[in-house]
Design a binder for this molecule. Structure first.
Ligand code: C5P
Length: 227
């Protein structure tokens, strides 16, 4: 039986550090929608790959593990905590090592198939904001509103650097910039579901804009669709 959709499906895609998470979380809160951070799901897979010592070439083990994950997003004050199989993994998945590994596991067909299936199930009723790299192109190509959020690489690296420092992770800026550029390259050039702008997406450049300004613009576009 087809599930009745209640509200809109909103896709936010773009490279790392463009501000997708903060804007997506705020937008979902303002609309009373569910927020789904798909990057956190690829990070959860990376964490489990590391913990369980799964070989990246073992596609079937990767698919089995990824499809068995039970991931939930739990709002706590201004933050959203990510639970995987009952464990709070919010901090562990933000380490630079896991960012790199997430980009590697996200190239794998088995991982993408498993996670896309879970993401479609999570948002099947609509009233959802999903952020990632392939939401408007692959996961929900029929999403009513699609945003592509971008910013200059230096600005994105600066945000990532500040986020890591705030978490007490010591890293130098040049290394952060290199990591951001490397991840952009990986995500845009992989064979399956590479990061690219969906044809009918709305481009927002967040380089010189605050989160509030970005969210206001998004809300305006969403309201136009709802009319
Ligand atoms: O968004 P975030 O930086 O947390 O994503 C971590 C990694 O997960 C990205 O670099 C990308 O390789 C992968 N990813 C993806 N598809 C998505 C979301 C994230 O491939 N929809």
């Amino acid at each position: 039986m087809k599930t009745e959709k209640k509200g809109l499906t909103i896709a936010i895609d773009g490279p790392s550090g463009a501000g997708k998470s903060t804007a997506g979380r705020t937008l979902a809160k303002r609309l009373g929608y569910t927020y789904i951070d798909t990057g956190a799901m690829y990070r959860a897979v990376a964490l489990k790959v590391k913990e369980k010592g799964i070989e990246l070439k073992d596609e079937s083990a990767l698919y089995q593990m990824a499809s068995s994950l039970h991931i939930t997003f739990v709002p706590m004050g201004e933050e959203i905590h990510i639970y995987c199989n009952g464990e709070d993994i919010s901090e562990a998945i933000r380490l630079p090592e896991i960012s790199h590994l997430a980009s590697e596991v996200s190239k794998k067909k088995g991982v993408r198939e498993a996670l896309v299936e879970i993401q479609r199930e999570m948002a099947k009723e609509g009233s959802a904001v999903l952020e990632g790299r392939d939401i408007g192109t692959v996961v929900f190509p029929e999403a009513e509103v699609k945003f592509y959020l971008d910013a200059d690489p230096e600005e994105r690296a600066k945000r990532r650097f500040q986020e890591l420092m705030a978490r007490g992770i010591q890293i130098d800026f040049q290394k952060t910039l290199e990591e951001v550029l490397q991840r952009d390259h990986n995500d845009m050039h992989r064979a399956i579901s590479p990061l690219k702008r969906a044809e009918n997406s709305i481009l927002i450049d967040s380089t010189h804009r605050s989160v509030e300004e970005v969210v206001e613009e998004m809300l305006k576009k969403v309201e136009e669709k709802r009319r």
